[in-house]
Design a protein around this ligand. Structure first.
Ligand code: GDP
Ligand code: MN
Length: 397
């Protein structure tokens, strides 16, 4: 589950990580009030207005602006709220901005003493360990840094048995070229950041930029935070931060009925039981010259109700030109699944306008094929994997 910058910063602050202070506003008036309050609390006269959407590169897209007085705060916030922000990380249509973060300006004018760093904490799946990735080249596109100057990106792996060691935090501060008060503050920053990552059950904390101010303070100016979905049951306060407006509407609906669905760009809808078989099915579709329109694991109970729910979800994607149902009947018998498919199809009346290929393998597979073939419906049956692939190819033309 991804969070907004302001939510990520709230979590960071709760673990003692220094952040650029800010207040969320949902309209221009709230923005001005927020700016006044920040001026009182921090003494700042200038403010940055930052669009809150789940996408990076907001600065490049015009979603981060500096306001030098309250009139500019009002104007800029008014312009940004409601706009469709297009950044290198959004689709071509962009993302609607519902709220902005009014933040204290921390880049004091004419100041050459500030530096921007990159820092993230994430799981290295290769080694099975958390790592801190960091670079002197902060503020910009880290993908570009990785491509052009990979030697400027450092990683520090953390031993799960002992956690982040003090010498590791010092090494990071040293590699970032810091000394004196800034060095000490970076050591504190790194330790608090790692604790925040671990104790919030996050899968990603990305802070770009981490800023060194001219008075040698280290702070998070941006925050991209993802919390592991599987941990949300025990992180209720974070689960409440979910902003459904930022998520794919079909995925939101699928989650409500308990289906594991991921929307993709292709044209062949898939309905599969088990994540492994779902992955193999997506490969199969590609080999047949199609592109999967989704990943969908219907789970263990592929009865008529479940199949119908899955049909409805898949068909919400207008790009779907065919549906491949690939179910292994182990505990759930294939004939029951076949009956479920037939019943769901009949229940849905005219809603299904694309060809359907059903491959059922496992207990009572032959009987299942008979049920499909005798149903009189426009459903193609297959028993072998290859057969299913050939049928997909056939219906795609
Ligand atoms: P992103 O573009 O979505 O990654 O959003 P960021 O939060 O990283 O902001 C983009 C850029 O805005 C940063 O890299 C900074 O250069 C700039 N920025 C952020 N905060 C301030 C600030 O307080 N003052 C000024 N002058 N610039 C800022
Ligand atoms: Mn950023």
């Amino acid at each position: 589950m991804n969070l907004h910058e302001y939510q990520g910063k709230e979590i960071l602050a709760s673990f003692g990580v220094r952040i650029q202070r800010g207040i969320v506003a949902r309209n221009a008036k709230q923005a001005v009030d927020a700016a006044k309050q920040l001026t009182q609390e921090t003494g700042t006269g200038w403010h940055v207005i930052k669009a809150q959407v789940h996408a990076g590169g907001r600065g490049k897209g015009g979603g981060v602006k500096l306001a030098k007085n309250l009139k500019e705060v009002e104007e800029l916030a008014g312009n940004i709220i409601g706009m469709n922000l297009i950044t290198p990380q959004t689709s071509a249509e962009g993302k609607k901005v519902h709220q902005v973060l009014i933040a204290e300006d921390v880049y004091y004018p004419g100041d050459s003493e500030t530096s921007e760093f990159y820092m993230s904490v994430l799981l290295n799946r290769g080694s099975g360990r958390n790592m801190i990735m960091y670079s002197t080249e902060g503020g910009m596109d880290i993908e570009e840094v990785a491509e052009k100057t990979p030697h400027l990106i450092f990683t520090e792996e953390i031993d799960p048995a002992v956690g982040l060691m003090p010498f590791q935090a010092r090494k990071i501060a040293f590699n970032l070229g810091l000394s004196g008060a800034a060095f000490k503050d970076m050591v504190k920053f790194v330790s608090a950041l790692y604790r925040a990552y671990q104790e919030s059950d996050a899968s990603l904390f990305e802070i770009n930029p981490v800023l060194k101010t001219s008075d040698d303070k280290i702070m998070a100016v941006d925050a991209k935070v993802s919390i592991d979905d599987n941990a949300l049951y025990r992180r209720k306060n974070y689960a409440e931060m979910r902003d459904l407006r930022e998520e794919n509407p079909i995925e939101v609906e699928a989650r409500e009925v308990g289906l594991n669905y991921v929307d993709l760009d292709g044209n062949v809808g898939c309905m599969v039981n088990g994540a492994g078989l779902a992955m193999a099915t997506m490969d199969l579709i590609k080999m047949a010259g199609g592109e999967p329109a989704n990943f969908l694991d219907v789970g263990g109970t592929a009865d008529a109700k479940r199949v119908e729910e899955a049909f409805r979800i898949i068909l919400k994607d207008p790009n779907v030109k065919a549906i491949l149902i690939n179910i292994f009947g182990g505990i759930v018998r294939c004939d029951r699944v076949a009956q479920g498919v037939v019943d769901a199809y009949k229940n849905m009346g005219d809603a299904i306008k694309v060809p359907i290929i059903v491959r059922l393998q496992g207990t009572n597979a032959e009987l299942a094929k008979e049920i499909i073939d005798n149903s009189g419906l426009a459903v193609h049956s297959a028993v072998q994997f290859q057969e299913a692939a050939d049928k997909v190819k056939e219906v795609l033309g």
